[in-house]
Design a protein around this ligand. Sequence first.
Ligand SMILES: [Zn+2]
Length: 496
Amino acid sequence: MKRIGVLGFLHESNTFLDSPTTYDLFESTCMTRGQELIERWRGTHHELGGFLAGAEESGFSIVPCMATYAVPAGAIRAPDYERLTQELIEAVRQAMPLDGLLVALHGATVSERFPDADGEFLRRLRTLVGKELPVIVTFDLHANVSPNMIGLSTATIIYRSNPHLDQQERGREAAMLLGRILSGEVQPVQALETPPMLVEIACQHTNEQPAQGLYDDVREVLTWPGILSASVAMGFYYADVQEMGAAFVAVANRNGDLAQRAARWMARRAWERREEFVGDLPNAETAVRNAAATARRPVVLMDVGDNTGGGSPADSTILLAEILRQGVRNSLVVLYDPESVEACLRAGIRSDVELAVGAKTDIQHGSPIRIRGRVRTISDGCFLETQARHGGWGASDQGITVVVETAEDHTVVLTSNRMPPLSLEQVLSLGIHPARKALIVAKGVIAPRAAYEPVAGETVLVDTPGVTANNPRLFRYSNRRRPLFPLERDAAYRDV
Ligand SMILES: [Zn+2]
């Protein structure tokens, strides 16, 4: 029986945040070892769930090593990255001898010392396991793919859906490919192509054009004889690293030229449509005014500048301030605000409170807003998502959470942990009926759509400022590759 190690190390690191991500954040978000890994991830919609399902189906003997992820935030503190990678590598060392490894990485992980933290991790892993061991790696669709990530892995498989609803499927695909390698049926060779372009986050919904076209091309390449896998990474431009931008990866059976040709074909076709990947969004004032006027309710306003899944603070008050300024009633807003949670706990349930909510992390996301209301619910903040949802986390913990209702029917949810709006259970578990609201603010771009579209009358992406603003021209980069369209409009792509 083939012994297959399972490993996971996932973090999306926003380098425009001042505060680094710590070991503690990984530990408090999710860290599993050995049998615990299987119990946490078996049956989930995550790629780790897919690894386990595919490995079982293939009759492998699964050796769970270690899996950890942290909520997206700043770059990982240098000593904490050392500690994490040492523990992960040590878990693999103890699992040896192995016949293969299935590794779930994000691909946009940055440590203070290693901009390509995923590539560095794979380098350390290879030092332990050697060059020959098959190592199949899955990446998030928001990976900034580096030559090291491709050079140090046997094959790479990237999610093809945004919101990410195919994570389990991709994990299973990785396990199946490993099975074909171990039986001697195939021998993967992969190629990476990085045309000088980025895809603005507002244009990354894979069910709609222009992003859908990228994945039509992937599906086309998958029909080419000899191709084992094909992927597009749309990149993560809130990480100022050399490899930031779009990337195209093809995996072929024993044929490097074919892999190269496939990656270039996809890249060239995306490049020809590069103008389509530039977003044009309404600002907060216009978006709230239009939302107040429509009958298609609730209107879900995506707070693009405070995209918690992209590392932002989750406490921007820019949209709430605009809603109050325009006198719109009956909105639902979730804010990370442990201080206000404390104040509500002191006041107690059914108490009338006056609070200054939100905007406590930094000065880039509005200022605290004064509200008056009644403490309606106090919750432990734990919830479980059983459907396929972006992230595939299943169980989540938003910390002690309080619901405050105001006289204008606004429902303000105050959380003690930063929690991206990936699951409607985040509010359903608090007794809130989102479908009855006129306006819902969701702190994300594409990811929350899987959760909110079933109740949304309309979904509007709003061009709010912040550390995850849509417009890449608002960020000051010093490490990214240049040129990169649309930041350099005269960028040229010379493939061979
Ligand atoms: Zn992603």
